[in-house]
Design a protein around this ligand. Structure first.
Ligand code: FES
Length: 152
């Protein structure tokens, strides 16, 4: 049976009814109409669904919505401040770090999480730290450059 839950997404509190098996990704996309987070594989392998939960990057397709109550969820829609893009978003544009763009919201959310973790500064560190985000177009050199410069 469906249960009532409260989700704090991008600073806004939402009340919704979901079945306990509904993933955070489906709740975001289908219930809250936040379709920036993409569903690539729905099994934790591509990173297209990456969001931040309490500032940590997670695959939203692997999380149950009911377990995210009381946490702060940030999606790609919540990254910009009004008309001002997040520095990581600016960096992806500047470096042309996408081709088809499908993986881009996940790449950017993962890059924001990555930049707040204790990784080294080399391109090899970026490649390792971002290895959970797949780009089927192969835009990796530009993505690495964007992550490097977007860290501020
Ligand atoms: Fe979640 Fe691919 S859709 S990791």
């Amino acid at each position: 049976p469906a249960v009532n839950i409260k989700l704090n997404v991008n600073g806004k509190e939402h009340t919704l009814q979901v079945e306990p098996r509904v993933t955070l990704l489906d709740a975001l996309r289908e219930r809250l109409e936040l379709t920036g987070s993409k569903k690539g594989c729905d099994m934790g392998q591509c990173g297209a669904c990456t969001v931040l939960v309490d500032d940590r990057r997670v695959n939203a397709c692997l999380m149950l919505a009911v377990m995210q109550q009381g946490k702060r969820i940030t999606t790609i829609e919540g990254l910009a401040q009004g008309d001002t893009l997040h520095p990581m978003q600016e960096s992806f544009i500047e470096h042309d770090a996408f081709q088809c763009g499908y993986c881009t919201p996940g790449q950017i959310m993962s890059a924001v999480g990555f930049s707040q973790e204790n990784w080294g500064q080399t391109d090899a560190d970026i490649r390792e730290g971002m290895c959970g985000n797949i780009c089927r177009c192969g835009a990796y050199p530009h993505i690495v450059a964007a992550v490097r410069d977007g860290r501020g």
